[in-house]
Design a protein around this ligand. Sequence first.
Ligand code: LMR
Length: 400
Amino acid sequence: VFDHVVRGPEDPILGVTVAYNKDQSPVKLNLGVGAYRTEEGKPLVLNVVRRAEQMLVNDNSRVKEYLPIVGLADFNKLSAKLILGADSPAIQENRVTTVQCLSGTGSLRVGAEFLARHYHEHTIYIPQPTWGNHPKVFGFAGLSVKSYRYYDPATRGLDFQGLLEDLGSAPSGAIVLLHACAHNPTGVDPTPQQWEQIRQLMRSKALLPFFDSAYQGFASGNLDADAQSVRIFVNDGGECLVAQSYAKNLGLYGERVGALSIVCRTADVAGRVESQLKLVIRPMYSNPPLHGASIVATILKDRNMFQEWTIELKAMADRIITMRQKLFDALCSRGTPGDWSHIIKQIGMFTFTGLNSEQVAFMTKEYHIYMTSDGRISMAGLSSKTVPHLADAIHAAVKR
Ligand code: LMR
């Protein structure tokens, strides 16, 4: 009965790792998936995470019971505070409902399913380009996906005029996906002034913001600074949705820990929204996993551990900035044709190099360097040792 099933394509991002794993070359380098590596090229488990896990393991009173459908209460409260700010009026007025979900993707999907059922407008505008999974997450939830201009290849910066025009002509009430910081894949974010203009435009047209916050702390190294875009929208008293991921900033990739917050007009509405989120979640995966959320809650509620986390987070962000400088210097010293200053200007985990898919294919074939075909490289996967190899490959690809 399944004979007709055709083989589906690999995922454009996770499929890069599949191809990388098959490569036998000793110099192979995976700059595809956005996952942090140390200077030794190894995955990193933060010390503070190890410490929290030890505490959890040593606590014999802990059991493995099911969590409620909405997840761990402490985790939810602390997650809302982390992104909205401890002094957020929306939190103080109990207007926020937060549910623990399966990392950023799961949070986006639960939010999308909720909107498809309970929101009057089914069109969502996503930036062009955006994370490859976004259109699928929203499309499969039944929303109609359109895009707004975001990136200008000519300047390798923000197409702010295009963005304003496209959102300005969106139908009133449409949903707009915004990357809270460290835009993936471009590494290009609006300035605070531009965010304010976006907010004014969106509120004047009653466009509903849906923030994807996958990199809080990775743009500037500061958790509060990286949440400003979300906070200006929440502090004006209006509604919004926020999907949070702890994959990158706490390195909890495989634990699948994240949260969806929906900021409502009143506490009463928030309570009703939460009751409907439960009806979305229960038939999908019943309730979320315990371990990752317990790690996060342990760290967020302890002042010292929180402090330790911010230091480790900053160290990861700083190492990436160092890699940007090293790659930029390496290309300059090779005299690689073109302006590569965007490598040091872009922020977050990725550089959107401007390399085309043929150049990427060449680098994979000849240099065993793996990256997504849109020319995005994960700076977090690079180390001082591998920068020269990457610079050689880019140089050769550009000179072809
Ligand atoms: C990425 O863009 O590389 C990450 O968000 C990982 C993923 O799931 O695609």
